[in-house]
Design a protein. Structure first.
Ligand code: PEP
Ligand code: MN
Length: 337
C-alpha cells in the first residue's frame, strides 16, 4: 500500500501517518520526492481499513500496489531513481558506460585496457576477479590479488570499479576496493547473496538471470531493497531462447518495460547479450535508443589471447568508435554520454 501525502503536509502529520502504519503491523518506507512525500506500508495489508488512511487530512490518496514487487515498483516511487556514487549519477540524463575486460588477467593487461577505455570516455571500469565459469577447469579469476591491481589501475585513471561478487563471504573483503557490486546472471536468485547485499551501502548492479522473467528480475531487486539498500542498477544481459546464432538473445524490449514497471535505472550488456563482437555495437546503439541508462561492454586489446570472453570483446578502437556513435544517439533523445 502506498500513501501519498499532500504537498503541504507538515512533519508532524507525516509522523502521525507513519505511526498509524506501524500500529497496523506494517513497515514504513518513506520517499521524500521533489514535490511530496510518499509512504510505503510494507507487509500484509489485508486487515487494514484503507479508508482510515484516506480520511486523514494530510493524505492525498492511498494506492494498493497490485504487483508482487513493491519497493521497486513505479507505483511506490513515480519518479526515476537516480543512483549516486563517487560523484556520478546513474539514471539521470547522462548515459553511463562501464567498460573493461571480462576478467582481470594480469597487471599489464588491466593497465592497458583501463587506459584505452578511459581515453575513449568510459565512466566506470568493469572486470571480473571472481569468475563464474561454466567449466570448473576454466580460468576462475585472480581473486583478491586481481582486485587490488584493478583498483590501482582504476585509481590511476580516476575510474570507479564494478566487479562481480559470487558469495556472501566475499562482500566485506571486496568492500574497500570496489564502488559497485555486480551480481551476475547465474546468481540473480541467490537469495542469501541478495540479502547480504541488502545491508550494504554501496550500489548493486543486478544482472537479469538467463531464464528470468521480468517479474522475477524485479523480485530479485526487491530482495535487495527490502533490507534497505535502494541503490540498485538493473542490467539486461540477454536471455536464453531457441536462437543459437547468438550466445543469448538481448531482450531490448525489457528496457522500456522495466522503465514502465519500475523506477530503478536499467543498463544493457550487449557483450554477453550477443556473445559476438560484430553485434555488440549495433545492440549497444539500440539499447541507448530504447532508453537504457547505461551500458556495460567488454573490451580487450588482445581478444584472441583473452582468458575469457575474447570473441565478444571489442578492440579498443572499435570501442572508441562506438562511443562516438553513441554521442549522436544520446543527443537525438535528449541525453548526453
Ligand atoms: C560478466 O559480466 O563477466 C558476466 C559473467 O556476466 P553474466 O553474469 O551476465 O553472464
Ligand atoms: Mn564476460
Amino acid at each position: 500500500m502506498v500513501i501519498v501525502m499532500r504537498d503541504n503536509a507538515t512533519a508532524d502529520q507525516i509522523e502521525a501517518v507513519e505511526e498509524k502504519i506501524r500500529a497496523s503491523n506494517l513497515r514504513v518506507h518513506r520517499v521524500d520526492g521533489a514535490i511530496r512525500t510518499i509512504l510505503g506500508a510494507i507487509g500484509d495489508p489485508s486487515n487494514v481499513d484503507i479508508r482510515e488512511f484516506e480520511n486523514m487530512d494530510s493524505v492525498l490518496n492511498v494506492v494498493r500496489i497490485m504487483e508482487p514487487y513493491k519497493l521497486c515498483s513505479r507505483t511506490f516511487h513515480p519518479e526515476n531513481s537516480i543512483i549516486r556514487f563517487n560523484g556520478l549519477e546513474l539514471g539521470s540524463d547522462r548515459i553511463i558506460v562501464m567498460a573493461g575486460p571480462c576478467a582481470v588477467e594480469n597487471e599489464q593487461q588491466i593497465y592497458e585496457i583501463t587506459s584505452n577505455v578511459a581515453q575513449a570516455g568510459a565512466t566506470i571500469l568493469r572486470g571480473g576477479v571472481f569468475k563464474p565459469r561454466t567449466s570448473p577447469y576454466a580460468f576462475q579469476g585472480l581473486g583478491m590479488d586481481g582486485l587490488k591491481i584493478m583498483r590501482q589501475a582504476a585509481d590511476e585513471f580516476k575510474l570507479p570499479i564494478v566487479t562481480e561478487v559470487l558469495e556472501p563471504g566475499q562482500i566485506d573483503l571486496m568492500y574497500h576496493y570496489i564502488d559497485i557490486y555486480q551480481v551476475g546472471a547465474r546468481n540473480m536468485q541467490n537469495f542469501p547473496l541478495l540479502r547480504a547485499l541488502s545491508n550494504m551501502d554501496k550500489p548493486v548492479l543486478l544482472k537479469r538471470g538467463m531464464s528470468a522473467t521480468i517479474e522475477e528480475f524485479l523480485m530479485a531487486a526487491e530482495y535487495i531493497m527490502s533490507g534497505g539498500n535502494y541503490n540498485i542498477i538493473l542490467c539486461e544481459r540477454g536471455i536464453r531462447t531457441f536462437e543459437k546464432y547468438t550466445r543469448n538473445t538481448l531482450d531490448i524490449s525489457a528496457i522500456p518495460i522495466v522503465k514502465k514497471l519500475s523506477h530503478l535505472p536499467i543498463i544493457a550488456d550487449p557483450s554477453h547479450g550477443t556473445g559476438r563482437r560484430e553485434f555488440v555495437a549495433p545492440m549497444a546503439r539500440a539499447a541507448v535508443a530504447s532508453g537504457a541508462d547505461g551500458l556495460i561492454i567488454e573490451v580487450h586489446h588482445q581478444p584472441d589471447k583473452a582468458l575469457s570472453d575474447g570473441p565478444q570483446s571489442l578492440l579498443p578502437d572499435q570501442f572508441q568508435r562506438l562511443m562516438e556513435e553513441l554521442k549522436v544517439i544520446a543527443w537525438a533523445i535528449g541525453r548526453t554520454i
